[in-house]
Ligand binder design. Structure first.
Ligand SMILES: [Mg+2]
Length: 201
């Protein structure tokens, strides 16, 4: 099977690392540092001006992407999956900045995350791109994702294993599989039988 996997807040604890640096930066700048985790985007989480949030991210993303930690058992489960499946990492991290691609590849290597292909965002939007086309172009059959817009976009077309967060809890359809731990991802994939197509006797 071909499995698509998002990176931020799916393989990694991204929000935690962003907030760690945002609180240092916010205290320095006299900005609010109390997060509202119902939201997804930093400017909404902290109620900052979008320009301030973008400036912060431009300056700190290298450190954030370098120092973030994988989720519990993420690496172990992904290694097990790699033995049986093709793994396509699809991230909204932007390819326009060569440093982002380099930091991402280094992090995956350092933490021993195996994959067949890494697809980054090529659009002008720094932090988001539509992933359905990338899924289709790569024959992805199941996607693992946390972003509510992407789960909404992809789940009408294939099962989406969704890591649950306050910002995506409102989503519901029969193709969405909610999980909180990578062991649940492994368990669901083990029992999943893709539909047989064109099996004419
Ligand atoms: Mg994500």
């Amino acid at each position: 099977m071909i499995i698509g996997i998002d990176i931020d807040n799916t393989i990694t604890h991204t929000t935690e690392m962003i907030l760690h640096y945002a609180q240092l930066f916010g205290r320095e700048q006299g900005l609010n540092t109390t997060p509202d985790l119902r939201y997804y985007y930093l400017e909404d989480i902290l109620g900052w001006d979008k320009r301030v949030a973008d400036d912060f991210l431009n300056n700190y993303l290298g450190r954030i992407y370098t120092n973030m930690q994988p989720k519990e058992q993420a690496v172990d489960v992904i290694r097990e999956l790699k033995k049986q499946h093709e793994l396509i990492l699809i991230t909204s991290r932007n390819q326009k900045f060569p440093a982002v691609e380099e930091v991402t590849k280094n992090w995956l290597q350092q933490h021993g995350v195996p994959y067949d292909r890494l697809i980054l965002n090529k659009t002008s939007n720094m932090h988001f791109f539509s992933k359905l086309d990338a899924c289709r172009e790569n024959g992805v059959e199941v996607m693992i994702e946390d972003h509510y817009e992407l789960v909404s976009e992809i789940s009408p077309h294939m099962p989406v294993i969704m890591f649950e967060y306050p910002y995506n809890r409102h989503l519901q359809n029969e193709n969405i599989i909610r999980v909180n731990h990578w062991r649940e991802v492994a368990g669901w994939l083990e029992q999943y039988q893709p539909q047989q197509i064109g099996n004419v006797g």
